[in-house]
Design a protein around this ligand. Structure first.
Ligand SMILES: [Mn+2]
Length: 388
């Protein structure tokens, strides 16, 4: 345990949103349990715990209804805290869910005026993101969905979703901003059913856009887990399709409401393999925590939550490295045939190869006798996580 580094450095690129550690503990059943943290105090706090980046919704930084002079003051003190600490703005996003006008959706509201207002709100949010150098704009379509299935023809809703994303890509290019978009899927909550509910749905949607190269994914542990899916497998496919532009790390029990738990506090094995995947594929984007302290915490407790989120990531990274360097793991992987899966099966189609393959004889009864020793391999992962 002694050689494991558990203290973050800037190179780790750990980032937190203003709404995460700064969450005031309000839930659908209860009032706030802690005081808000101002954006500049938040940045100073991040610096103290060793984080690297900060993200925000437009409304976290500049609450709706703030006067022009107040906006300038907020931006000035936020800028000063960033300059004083060296904390960077790693991502910006738009709140298209809190304002009552979005109750029927934003890009997919049945009211065209609401749809236009939503696009305008994102353009303004992109401008603020650009002002602070955010390289990525995240889109979480929290209200893009239905309770009453008959209230929206889903093919039309997807068409309007696409129209909005294409328009906003056009805006970014026209402004000459050096930024890309990352879409964040979620299966439900706050809507009964959300459009683009999973990593898979969203990646398929992105390929239908005018310029798919501008848009990738911001998958979140909790959201994919709510859908009963393996976040690890989903992220792996996103990496394979070169669509992992950003990531939201947190934790979640399957089948529950969106818990936004501290990363590494719940789905330990999936988290272990997730971190191993991010490390071995050289993911270089922000490791962004979209989670919040338990409602029972306040003061130092919320910063402990932040420290422990990063600590757990680093612990998993160290455990994953030890797992990969363990000769027993290498041996078990070889028995399982892990490396053999990286070798081409037959190659590109040709008539000659097809005929040759048709003529081959396979002793499938013999093939069925192979033991892959996956129990042994999996227990080695568990042993490493346990530290045995
Ligand atoms: Mn998120």
């Amino acid at each position: 345990m002694n050689d494991i580094r558990l203290t973050p450095t800037r190179e780790d690129k750990f980032a937190f949103g203003l709404w995460t550690i700064g969450h005031i503990g309000r839930d659908p059943f209860g009032d706030p349990t802690r005081e808000p943290i101002s954006p500049s105090d938040f940045v100073n706090g991040l610096d103290e715990v060793g984080a690297w980046g900060v993200s925000f919704h437009d409304d976290d930084l500049l609450p709706p209804g703030t006067s022009a002079s107040e906006r300038e003051n907020i931006k000035k003190s936020f800028r000063k805290a960033l300059d004083d600490t060296g904390i960077v703005v790693s991502m910006a996003t738009t709140n298209l869910f809190t304002m009552p006008c979005f109750k029927d959706g934003a890009f997919t509201s049945n009211d065209p005026q609401v749809r236009k207002f939503a696009i305008q709100k994102v353009m303004n949010s992109i401008d603020v993101g650009a002002e602070f150098g955010a390289p990525t704009i995240v889109f979480w379509g929290g209200r893009e969905g239905v309770e009453a299935a008959g209230s929206k023809y889903p093919l039309d809703a997807l068409e309007r979703y696409r129209e909005a994303m294409n328009f906003l890509v056009g805006y970014v290019k026209d402004q000459g901003y050096r930024m890309k978009f990352a879409m964040e899927p979620k299966p439900n909550e706050p809507r009964g059913d959300t459009f683009l509910p999973t990593i898979g749905h969203t990646m398929a949607f992105i390929e239908t856009l005018d310029d798919p190269s501008m848009v990738g994914l911001n998958p979140e542990v909790a959201h994919e887990t709510m859908a009963g899916l393996s976040f690890y497998q989903g992220v792996a496919q996103a990496i394979w399709q070169k669509k992992l532009f950003h990531i939201d790390l947190n934790d979640q029990k399957i089948g529950r409401y969106d818990q936004d738990l501290r990363f590494g506090s719940e789905g330990i094995k999936d988290d272990f393999f997730l971190v191993r995947l991010l490390e071995r594929t050289g993911y270089s984007g922000p490791k962004h925590f979209d989670s919040r302290p338990y409602r029972s915490e306040h003061g130092e407790g919320v910063w402990e939550f932040a420290r422990n989120s990063m600590r757990n990531y680093l612990a998993f990274a160290a455990k994953a490295k030890a797992y990969d360097n363990d000769p027993k793991v290498k041996e078990a992987e070889s028995l399982a045939g892990v490396d053999a899966l990286a070798n081409e099966t037959i190659g590109k189609y040709s008539k000659a190869l097809a005929e040759k393959l048709k003529a081959e004889n396979f002793d499938y009864e013999q093939l069925a006798k192979r033991n892959y020793f996956n129990e042994r391999l999996d227990q080695l992962a568990i042993d490493h996580i346990f530290g045995l």
